[in-house]
Design a binder for this molecule. Structure first.
Ligand code: NAD
Length: 460
C-alpha cells in the first residue's frame, strides 16, 4: 500500500491544479506554442550548462565532459528532432478504408492526453526527466516534473525551469518520497516513471485508482554473453566502458557476464588492462571515474561482495563513496550479487557450458532491460535474439542502442512497460484518436442496414 504522507506538501493545490487549468485553456495545442516551449527548453539546458555541471559533480562526481556526452547531447538532439519532426508526427494520418466508408474521411489524429506526471531517477537526472518532457511538450500536454531527491543539487537547478517555460503549464516539484506519494494521489492523464521495479509497482498501483496509464522505465539485471569466438580484447574494452561509466550506475549497464570457463582468465586480464587504460592505476583520483550516489548505496554495494571471489578491485572508501572498479570470478548463480540489480561498479563473471546454457540461464530469470551478446557469429547472435526476451538487444557493444532515436527505448516484464525516445515519446504521450467524417448525403446507400431487413433492400 502507498503510505500516507507524513506532512502536507507545499505544492498541494498549487502546481498540479494550475497545470490542469492551463491545459484546459487549449493554448498548448497549436504547433507554434509547442515549438516555442521546446526552444525555451533548449535555451534552459544550454544557458544553465555550468550550473548543471557543478550540480552533477556534487551529486555523482560526474565530469563536465561526461555530462555533455552522456546527458546533454542526447537531450539537445531529441529537442531538435522534435522541433523538426513535430508537424509530421502530429499530422492526421489517413488510413485504408473499407467498402462501407469509401466516401468518408478516415484518419488517425494524435491528440494530447492532458497533464503528464514525470517522476525521475537520480543516475542521469537530466536525461530521465527532460527526455520525457520533450515528448510531453511536443504532444501538447501539460506536465509536472518530480526529479529525484537523491540527486538533490541537480533537482535544485531544475526548479529554474519555470523561468524558461510557461510556468502555469509546466511545474517542477522537488522533495522526496512524501512528495512523490502525495503527487501520486492526484489525478494525472499519464504517469511516466523512471526508477526501480519495486517503486514501479507502487506507481502502477496508485495510477490504477484513476485508471491513469503508465510508462515504467525500470531496471534489472542485463546479462552479457561473451562467445569464445570473438575478439576478446575489443569485447572487454567495450564492456569495461559500458560497466564503469557513471560508476556502474546506468540502467543499461551490463550487470553480469556469462562465458565459457576456457575464456574466463583471458577476459579478466583484458578487463584489467582496459580499467587501467581508462582510469589509470588510481581511478580514485581520476576525474572520469564517478562516485556512488549516497552512503546507503555504498553499503549495499559493498555487502554484495560477500561470498564471492574478487578478481579485480573490491575495495571502497566510504568517506568518499568510492568503490574500485571490481570484477568477481566464478560467481555462483545463487550468490547475493546475483539476486538484485547491481547498479554499481561490480561485475560478476559466471561460467556456462556455452550458448545453450546461457539462453536457459537468461530465460530462467526476469526479463532484462538489455541483452548484450559479443560474438563474431551472426547466426548465433540471431539465434540468441530469437530464443530470449529483453527490452532491447545490443550485439558487440554496450549502451549505444540508446542513442538511436528511431529505436524504442524501454523494458519488458520486470524491466518496464512502454517505451520512449524520438517519435516513441510523442506517441507514448498522445492519444491516437480514430476519426471518421462522413456526409449526411447518399442516405440511399445506408438503407439496407436499417430495419426492417427485407430482401427488397438487399437486392437494391
Ligand atoms: P530514486 O530512489 O530516485 O526513485 C525514483 C523516484 O521515485 C524519485 O523521484 C522518488 O521520489 C520516487 N520514489 C521513491 N520511493 C517512492 C515510493 N515509495 N513511492 C513513490 N515514489 C517513490 O531512484 P532509483 O529507483 O534508485 O533509481 C534507480 C533505478 O532506476 C535502477 O533500477 C535503474 O535501473 C532504474 N533506471 C531505469 C532507467 C530506464 O530508462 N529504464 C533509467 C534510469 C534508471
Amino acid at each position: 500500500n502507498i503510505k500516507e504522507p507524513e506532512s502536507k506538501c507545499e505544492f498541494q493545490g498549487k502546481g498540479y491544479f494550475s497545470s490542469r487549468s492551463a491545459f484546459l485553456t487549449g493554448r498548448s495545442r497549436p504547433f507554434h506554442y509547442r515549438i516555442q516551449q521546446l526552444q525555451s527548453l533548449r535555451r534552459f539546458v544550454l544557458e544553465r550548462k555550468s550550473d548543471f555541471a557543478a550540480a552533477l559533480q556534487k551529486d555523482l562526481g560526474k565530469s563536465e565532459h561526461g555530462m555533455e556526452l552522456f546527458e546533454l547531447l542526447g537531450v539537445e538532439r531529441e529537442i531538435m528532432l522534435a522541433i523538426d519532426e513535430l508537424p509530421k508526427w502530429a499530422a492526421p494520418k489517413p488510413v485504408e478504408k473499407n467498402l462501407l466508408t469509401i466516401m468518408d474521411e478516415v484518419y488517425v489524429q494524435p491528440e494530447p492526453l492532458g497533464v503528464v506526471l514525470i517522476i525521475g531517477a537520480w543516475n542521469y537526472p537530466l536525461a530521465v526527466t527532460l527526455q520525457p518532457l520533450i515528448g510531453a511538450i511536443a504532444a501538447g500536454n501539460a506536465a509536472v516534473i518530480k526529479p529525484s531527491e537523491l540527486s538533490s543539487h541537480t533537482a535544485k537547478v531544475m526548479e529554474d525551469l519555470s523561468l524558461y517555460l510557461d510556468k502555469e503549464m509546466y511545474h517542477v516539484v522537488t522533495g522526496g518520497v512524501t512528495e512523490s506519494q502525495e503527487l501520486l494521489k492526484q489525478r494525472f492523464d499519464h504517469i511516466f516513471y523512471t526508477g526501480n521495479s519495486m517503486v514501479g509497482k507502487l506507481v502502477m498501483q496508485a495510477a490504477s485508482c484513476h485508471l491513469t496509464p503508465v510508462t515504467l522505465e525500470l531496471g534489472g539485471k542485463s546479462p552479457c554473453y561473451i562467445d569464445k569466438d570473438c575478439d576478446i580484447t575489443i569485447a572487454c574494452r567495450r564492456i569495461t566502458w559500458g560497466k564503469y561509466l557513471n560508476c556502474g550506475q546506468t540502467c543499461i549497464a551490463p550487470d553480469y557476464i556469462l562465458c565459457e570457463p576456457s575464456i574466463q582468465d583471458r577476459l579478466l586480464e583484458e578487463i584489467r588492462k582496459s580499467i587501467k587504460e581508462f582510469y589509470t592505476d588510481d581511478p580514485k583520483s581520476f576525474t572520469d571515474y564517478g562516485r556512488i550516489v549516497n552512503q546507503r548505496h555504498f553499503q549495499r554495494l559493498m555487502a554484495l561482495l560477500k561470498g564471492s571471489t574478487v578478481a579485480i578491485g573490491g575495495n571502497g572508501d566510504e568517506s568518499e563513496r568510492y568503490i574500485e572498479p571490481t570484477v568477481l570470478r566464478d560467481v555462483n548463480p545463487e550468490a547475493k550479487v546475483m539476486q538484485e540489480e547491481i547498479f554499481g561498479p561490480i561485475l560478476p563473471v559466471l561460467t556456462v557450458s556455452g550458448a545453450d546454457e546461457a539462453i536457459s540461464f537468461i530465460n530462467s530469470r526476469e526479463k532484462p532491460l538489455v541483452l548484450y551478446i559479443f560474438s563474431s557469429n551472426k547466426k548465433l547472435i540471431k539465434r540468441m535474439i530469437e530464443e530470449t526476451s529483453s527490452g532491447g538487444v545490443l550485439a558487440n557493444d554496450c549502451l549505444v542502442h540508446s542513442t538511436v532515436s528511431a529505436l524504442p527505448f524501454g523494458g519488458v516484464g520486470n524491466s518496464g512497460m512502454g517505451s520512449y525516445h524520438g517519435k516513441y515519446t510523442f506517441d507514448q504521450l498522445s492519444h491516437l484518436r480514430s476519426c471518421l467524417i462522413r456526409k449526411l448525403a447518399t442516405e440511399k446507400a445506408n438503407m439496407m442496414r436499417y430495419p426492417p431487413h427485407t430482401f427488397e433492400k438487399i437486392r437494391w
